[in-house]
Write a protein that binds this ligand. Structure first.
Ligand code: SF4
Length: 220
């Protein structure tokens, strides 16, 4: 049962460089929550599925204070799967942090504090979890601050992404559309070429941190 106290189950808290999104390259603190009910085929954070440590809001804020970085990303796992995350996000905003929420897209974003910026995944077919996308989340995107991300494993995923972009008018609805090839995918150049030929206002999103520190290094 979820505890209603002021704490969260946390896998790791660390300072790094934001590796993705329109914020890529910026110094950023990360709060990575434990647990995710999804099982994406290419998931790169399976170590978050179990374990973790229950940490109070105060101790998390103290750690973030030590880092001294104004940009904070709340991620997972699936951060929105813990109900205590919603007041935690609000308190981060109250304290003046610029807050990014990276969510897998199957939990409703309706209770996320509107001051936070949402980076919303849409799961493509190769993930094996596309049936679980919570489509109303796309209608909540705000063009001045929210971003939508498609992790693509192949050209079929890219075709799926284009259909969703058109169906939900995502060019107008979101600040950025991120096309994020699975790290190490064989046909990266083919995907990049298809994106460039599309003429769509999208951004190829490579995970900067994996090029700097390697794909399996944690806490970066
Ligand atoms: S939603 Fe994210 S953390 Fe969960 S299985 Fe998919 S990629 Fe992994």
């Amino acid at each position: 049962m979820q505890m209603s106290d002021r704490s969260l189950r946390i896998t790791e808290i660390f300072l790094s460089i934001q590796g993705e999104s329109s914020h890529a390259g910026r110094p950023c603190s990360f709060v990575r929550l434990t647990g995710c009910p999804m099982r994406c085929a290419w998931c790169d954070s399976e170590y978050t599925f179990y374990g973790g440590e229950r940490i109070s809001f105060e101790d998390i804020f103290a750690k973030l204070g030590e880092f001294g970085c104004n940009l904070v990303e709340v991620t997972g796992g699936e951060p929105l799967a813990q109900v205590n995350v919603f007041p935690f996000i609000s308190e981060l905003c109250d304290r003046g942090f610029e807050v990014l929420i990276e969510t897998g897209g199957f939990v409703s974003t309706k209770d996320v504090d509107p001051r936070a910026k949402v980076i919303l995944d849409v799961k493509c077919p190769a993930s094996g979890e596309a049936e679980r996308n919570h489509w109303p989340n796309l209608e909540r995107l705000r063009p001045e601050k929210d971003e939508v991300k498609f992790v693509v494993a192949d050209l079929k995923d890219w075709e799926f992404a284009k259909e969703v972009i058109e169906k939900y008018d995502l060019i107008k609805r979101s600040k950025e559309i991120l096309i994020s090839p699975v790290h190490g995918v064989e046909k990266l150049a083919e995907i990049a070429e298809a994106v460039s030929r599309s003429g769509l206002k999208v951004r190829l999103n490579l995970q900067l941190h994996k090029y700097i520190w390697g794909a399996d290094t944690r806490g970066v």
